[in-house]
Design a protein around this ligand. Structure first.
Ligand code: ATP
Ligand code: MG
Length: 438
C-alpha cells in the first residue's frame, strides 16, 4: 500500500525488549503466527490495544488485535483462513479453530483527513476507512494505555503518547482533547468506566469532567452497540464496581432510566440489585455461565412490579399476567436506548412472571412449576430475593429441597396425597407471605 506520510508526526519512544516486562508468553500462539507471517512477507506487524496493556499488567490477555501496514486484501492474500468484515472499520479476521485474530490496517486520524470520514450532527464518527501509517493510527485510539504497539520485528514497544507511564500510574488518559474525543464517540465514556473497573485504574480528571458534560450523548449511540457494550460492562467479572462507577458518572441513568429512578427511591431494590451484581461477579470468577437476561430482569424488577400493580388496579387479571404485560411495556420503553434481542427479552419476561407462583407450594399446579422451561432461572431469581429478605426463607428452602426429592417424596411435599383426585388448589399457609408489594 502507499504511505501517505504524516507531516505533523511525532517520533515514538521505542522501548527495547530488555527495558519492558511484556513477555511473548502472554500472547496466544495464533496471534504470534499472524505477526510472524506478516513480518516475513515484508509488512509491519504489531500487537496493539488491550492485549499489550494487559500483558504489561500480567493479566493474561485473551483477545488479540494486530495492526499492520498491509491492506485487508493483502492480509487475505497471506492467510487461507481469513475473512474480511465490517463497514465502519474494514478488518481481516484470521481464524484458528475457535480463536479469531483481528487484523486491522493502520488508519489515519479522523481529524487529519476529510475524505471518506463521515460525522453525524453531534460530531460522532459514522465511517472512517482511510488507511495510514502507524504514526497516524495512534491518534485514533482512545486511551493512552490502549495505544501501545508491540513490534514483532524486535519485541520492542512503541509508545507515542506516554502510555507506558500511564499504565504504571494506573491512569486512564484520553488521547487528545477529551471533550472532542467523547463527542466523536460517546461509547468511550463507557469504555473509561469498564477499564477503570477491570484494571483498577483512575479516570483522569479532565476525562471525568468531559464525561459529566457529555453523558447525555449516549442517547445518540445506536441501541445495538449500547447492548454490546452492556454485555462487556456487566459480564466481565467486575459488574458491581462497574455499576458504581456508571452511577457515579451519571451514565447508568442514561442507559437504564427506569431502573435508576427506582434505585434512588428504594433501598431494598438497591440491595437486591447489588446482590445480583455480586452474584454475577462470583459466577464469572468461578467460570460459570452468565446470561444477560438475568441481570436485566433484576434491573427491571421494581419498575415491572410497579407497572404490574397499576395494570391490576385498572383491569382484573392475575399477578402473573400483569407481570408479563408490564415486562413487555418496560422492555419496549428500554429498547429505544439499548436494544435487547428477543432471545433475552422473552425468557426474561417468563422469569419475572413466574415469581408469584413460588408462593404456592401445594397442589398439582405448584408441582408443575418444576417442569417449566424457565424454572431454573426463575428459581435462581427467587433465591436471590430470599437472600436479601424479600422472599420468605421457608419458601426458598421448600423449592430447593423439592428439587432433589423422589417422586413420592414430592407428592408429600406438595400435599398431593392429602387430596387425591381433587382439582381444588391447596392453599399453603405460606401463600399469605408474598414478596413485599410496593
Ligand atoms: P478489551 O479487549 O479488554 O475489551 P481493548 O482495549 O482491547 O480491551 P477493544 O474493544 O478490543 O478494547 O479495542 C482494541 C483497541 O482498539 C483499543 O485498545 C483501542 O486502541 C482501539 N479502540 C477500540 N474502541 C475504540 C473507540 N471507541 N475509540 C477509539 N479507539 C478504540
Ligand atoms: Mg481487545
Amino acid at each position: 500500500m502507499k504511505n501517505s506520510g504524516n507531516p505533523g508526526s511525532i517520533a515514538p519512544k521505542i522501548i527495547p525488549r530488555a527495558a519492558h516486562n511484556v513477555s511473548r508468553n502472554e500472547f496466544s500462539k495464533s496471534a504470534l503466527k499472524v505477526l510472524y507471517r506478516l513480518n516475513k512477507a515484508g509488512y509491519q506487524a504489531f500487537l496493539v490495544g488491550g492485549c499489550v496493556r494487559d500483558a504489561m499488567l500480567v493479566l493474561h490477555p485473551k483477545d488479540f488485535d494486530v495492526a499492520t501496514n498491509a491492506t485487508p486484501e493483502e492480509v487475505r492474500a497471506l492467510f487461507g483462513n481469513c475473512r474480511l468484515i465490517g463497514r465502519r472499520f474494514r478488518l481481516a479476521h484470521v481464524r484458528f479453530g475457535r480463536e479469531i485474530i483481528e487484523v486491522a490496517t493502520f488508519r489515519a486520524a479522523a481529524n487529519h483527513v476529510d475524505d471518506d470520514v463521515e460525522h453525524d450532527r453531534e460530531g460522532r464518527i459514522i465511517r472512517d476507512n482511510v488507511y495510514g501509517t502507524i504514526d497516524e493510527d495512534v491518534w485514533r485510539r482512545d486511551f493512552t494505555c490502549n495505544a501501545l504497539y508491540y513490534n514483532i520485528a524486535d519485541f520492542s514497544i512503541w509508545d507515542y503518547v506516554g502510555g507506558v507511564e500511564d499504565v504504571e500510574r494506573r491512569q486512564l488518559v484520553l488521547i487528545g482533547d477529551p471533550e472532542q474525543r467523547l463527542r466523536e464517540d460517546p461509547v468511550r465514556m463507557l469504555r473509561a468506566v469498564r477499564f477503570a473497573a477491570k484494571l483498577d485504574f483512575s479516570i483522569d480528571a479532565p476525562v471525568v469532567e468531559a464525561m459529566h458534560h457529555h453523558a447525555s450523548l449516549l442517547s445518540n449511540v445506536p441501541a445495538a452497540r449500547l447492548f454490546d457494550e452492556f454485555l462487556k460492562l456487566f459480564q466481565s467479572g467486575h459488574a458491581e464496581r462497574t455499576f458504581d462507577l456508571l452511577r457515579e458518572h451519571g451514565l447508568f441513568a442514561e442507559m437504564f432510566p427506569a431502573t435508576e429512578q427506582e434505585l434512588l427511591a428504594d433501598d431494598d431494590f438497591m440491595k437486591f440489585v447489588r446482590a445480583a451484581l455480586q452474584n454475577t461477579d462470583r459466577r464469572v470468577a468461578a467460570g460459570k455461565s452468565v446470561t444477560p437476561m438475568f441481570l436485566l430482569g433484576v434491573f427491571f424488577w421494581l419498575p415491572v412490579r410497579k407497572l404490574a400493580a397499576i395494570r391490576r388496579s385498572e383491569e382484573k387479571m392475575s399477578e402473573t399476567q400483569s407481570l408479563s404485560l408490564a415486562s413487555y411495556d418496560i422492555v419496549a420503553a428500554q429498547q429505544r436506548l439499548l436494544s435487547i434481542p428477543r432471545r433475552f427479552t422473552v425468557p426474561m419476561r417468563e422469569m419475572l412472571a413466574l415469581q408469584p407462583r413460588f408462593l404456592h407450594t401445594a397442589g398439582k399446579r405448584a408441582m408443575k412449576l418444576l417442569e417449566h422451561r424457565r424454572f431454573r432461572a426463575a428459581y435462581d431469581f427467587m433465591v436471590l430475593l430470599a437472600e436479601v429478605g424479600q422472599v420468605d426463607a421457608d419458601i426458598a428452602k421448600f423449592w430447593t429441597d423439592v428439587q432433589t426429592q423422589s417422586t413420592s417424596e414430592r407428592g408429600t411435599s406438595f400435599k398431593m396425597d392429602a387430596q387425591p383426585g381433587k382439582k381444588r388448589r391447596a392453599r399453603s399457609r405460606r401463600r399469605r407471605k408474598r414478596p413485599q408489594e410496593s
